[in-house]
Ligand binder design. Structure first.
Ligand SMILES: Nc1ncnc2c1ncn2[C@@H]1O[C@H](COP(=O)(O)OP(=O)(O)OP(=O)(O)O)[C@@H](O)[C@H]1O
Length: 311
């Protein structure tokens, strides 16, 4: 396969262990060029390890890795100028000023973007002379993003790019990712935020215990199985669901997946909606946020990866 035709990222059977624990467990993944792919997964699922292997910062134990058709370790000199990396938590020499750092990174690129323009776009002009250690967490995060983009990469790796950002800065990063995609730049991002994955990604891969457990567009992942609908509502915890079940048609199942959150799944029709609201009225409570239709990405995520906190 020629370099120009190869996918942005292709992983086959990727495996990485740290001592006795397995961080990435035979992961297969393919990301097309110019697309935005979100890796979603609980803490410790192996997202950062996978990203770092793609960037050439970690060596896999086994499996095949190609990024823009290149081996990230064996051909790192060819690959590095073509990718942008925003690591989790940033990181820089503490005394370096924001503009110095960005100009320094720009000098390593053959055709960099104008660092001053990037500082402006990312709202950092006012802090340009501030030493890195005195920038706020959100400013450090935005500077780190600027450094990832200044070399005009074809593919950008963003590891939790909006973690710790305020809503305005988060919106700015979303707009930037959308603009990158429009310009044909591929973006592989890891995130814990379902709305971020839903808003930005062409494809979402849910990773759990080092394996891909779901892969598709957000719409595909949230689509209900053929012939079934879902009705969700919030109300007082611990309503007597056995009474609701008795009133519902046979092909509907009622559960309380989280305290105070109710789910009716099956052949949901207007009559079922009426049964649910009548049941709530009998118990003197409202059926709040009642909605019929698709599952949210968070529902799918929790169903696949479980509701228990990982140690
Ligand atoms: N350098 C390392 N040494 C030992 N164990 C590691 C190392 N890096 C990662 N791990 C372990 O590998 C597993 C996967 O970690 P990784 O950071 O890739 O997960 P993640 O999905 O990015 O998690 P988070 O969402 O918390 O950032 C975890 O169990 C972690 O403790």
């Amino acid at each position: 396969m020629s370099n120009a035709d190869s996918p942005a990222v292709e992983l086959r059977g990727l495996t990485k262990r740290f001592g006795a624990s397995i961080a990435v467990d035979g992961l297969d993944l393919r990301m097309e060029r110019g697309s935005v792919l979100a890796l979603l997964g609980p803490n410790g699922a192996g997202k950062t390890t996978t990203t770092e292997i793609c960037e050439g910062f970690q060596k896999p134990d086994s499996g095949a890795v190609r990024v823009l058709g290149l081996d990230p370790i064996g051909q790192s000199e060819l690959l590095r100028p073509r990718i942008g990396v925003m690591p989790q938590g940033g990181g820089a020499y503490p005394g370096v000023r924001a503009d110095e750092m960005l100009h320094l990174v720009a000098t390593c690129a053959a055709h960099p973007l104008d660092p001053e323009w990037l500082l402006d776009v990312l709202g950092l002009t006012g802090s340009r002379r501030t030493p890195y250690k005195r920038l706020s967490g959100g400013q450090q995060q935005r500077l780190s993003l600027a450094c990832a983009l200044v070399g005009r990469p074809e593919l950008v790796f963003l590891d939790e790019p909006t973690a710790g950002l305020d809503p305005q800065a988060r919106r700015l990063v979303w707009e930037l990712v959308t603009a990158l995609r429009r310009d044909g730049v591929g973006v592989l991002l890891t995130t814990h935020l379902m709305d971020e994955a839903e808003a930005l990604a062409d494809r979402v891969v849910i990773v759990d215990r080092g394996r891909a457990v779901a892969d598709g567009t957000a719409a595909e992942l949230t689509a209900a199985p053929e012939g079934t609908q879902e009705l969700r509502f919030r109300s007082q915890r611990g309503l007597p669901l056995e009474l609701l079940r008795a009133a519902l048609p046979e092909r509907c199942e009622a559960t309380e997946p989280r305290p105070g959150e109710y789910l009716v799944r099956g052949a949901v029709d207007p009559q079922v909606v009426s049964t649910v609201t009548a049941f709530c009225a009998q118990h003197g409570v409202f059926a709040e946020d009642l909605r019929v239709g698709q599952r949210s990405l968070e529902d799918v995520f929790l169903e696949l990866t479980g509701r228990e906190l990982r140690s």
